[in-house]
Design a protein around this ligand. Structure first.
Ligand SMILES: *[C@@H]1O[C@H](CO)[C@@H](O)[C@H](O)[C@H]1NC(C)=O
Ligand SMILES: *[C@@H]1O[C@H](CO)[C@@H](O)[C@H](O)[C@H]1NC(C)=O
Ligand SMILES: *[C@@H]1O[C@H](CO)[C@@H](O)[C@H](O)[C@H]1NC(C)=O
Length: 279
């Protein structure tokens, strides 16, 4: 009993939760966050500095963990991607809001602990879909982190949250190939995670770095794979840089992602993701 209280204190302090004694974490609901800057989080960034403002919906909670860059479960807090998207300053993204919302909604099927696996990389130039295809560095990192998240046998992957495409609006060829590449990416990911119907919630862009925004949006909104849902970022507020979602916009987006996960997808979800990695 004392040991348990001590463990809760440790978890509360944001320290590493020892894998061997995390009985209460054995039913982790794991979510993979991937894509580029707006998933990584730039809310509250001005002049390359984060303002440090964490809205109530993004507050840490002992029941929300994140997989660190060192593949350890730690208590999650903003900025979620600080040790993943390392070449830029990270701010608020949609992940914490998403986790708090799915845990607290009355009609939520999610019980116990949420384990977030941040994998998004915006970097200094953004990341194109071709940089996420099977066999790329980012793809392999994602698989490596997903497999580490399942390593202690304590949970299953519930969904992938995906927000990307801004960098594919710059040239016509990228935009034209976007739909096929995105579908292939989703199918490869499900195959490699051994979860053929793994829910994927993706975000349709509001604007982008280039001229072919509508083409990329059409691709995103036109994906008709089972259990792939799209929420639309159109109309959400941008930072003064006109590039990134503000903190409040990320809060709205996190809720939209949570609603899409809770209401549009069948529950209870069955994830067939392997408990340990083989093959
Ligand atoms: C950003 O930095 C510039 C130049 O140092 C300064 O003029 C501006 O007021 C700063 N903006 C904010 C929002 O801090
Ligand atoms: C950070 O920058 C270095 C040097 O350009 C690069 O090799 C590395 O892949 C970048 N990492 C990320 C996560 O963007
Ligand atoms: C961030 O998201 C907004 C809304 O979809 C989009 O207009 C913008 O291009 C994105 N910025 C980057 C740098 O990805």
């Amino acid at each position: 009993m004392l040991g348990f209280v001590w463990l809760m204190l440790l978890a509360y302090a944001g320290l590493v939760v020892p894998a061997s004694s995390q009985d209460h974490n054995n039913n982790k609901n794991i979510f993979i966050l991937a894509g580029q800057s707006n998933m990584s989080g730039r809310g509250g960034i001005n002049n390359l500095t984060w303002d440090g403002v964490v809205p109530p919906q993004c507050q840490p909670n002992p029941a929300i963990l994140r997989l660190s860059s060192e593949l350890k479960w730690v208590q999650a807090s903003e900025p979620l991607h600080k040790d993943i998207d390392v070449n830029v300053t990270c701010g608020v993204g949609p992940g914490m809001v998403f986790a708090n919302t799915v845990l607290h909604k009355k009609d939520s099927s999610i019980r116990g602990v949420v384990g977030l696996v941040p994998c998004a990389v915006g970097g200094t130039k953004g990341t194109k879909i071709s940089e996420w295809g099977r066999g790329t560095y980012l793809y392999n990192q994602l698989l490596r982190r997903a497999s580490a998240a399942l390593q202690d046998g304590g949970g299953s992957i519930q969904a992938v949250l995906w927000y990307q495409g801004e960098s594919d609006t710059v040239n016509l060829q990228d935009a034209a190939l976007y739909k096929g590449r995105l579908e292939r990416f989703f199918m490869d990911l499900r195959a490699d995670l051994q979860s053929p119907l793994l829910p994927i919630i993706q975000v349709a862009l509001a604007s982008g770095q280039g001229a072919y925004i509508e083409k990329v949006r059409e691709a995103q909104l036109g994906i008709h794979l089972a259990h792939v849902k799209c929420v639309d970022a159109k109309g959400l507020q941008l930072e003064p840089d006109h590039l990134h979602l503000t903190t409040q916009a990320e809060v709205q987006l996190g809720k939209m992602l949570a609603d899409a996960f809770l209401h549009t997808l069948p529950t209870p979800l069955q994830s067939n993701a392997p408990k340990t990695s083989h093959n």
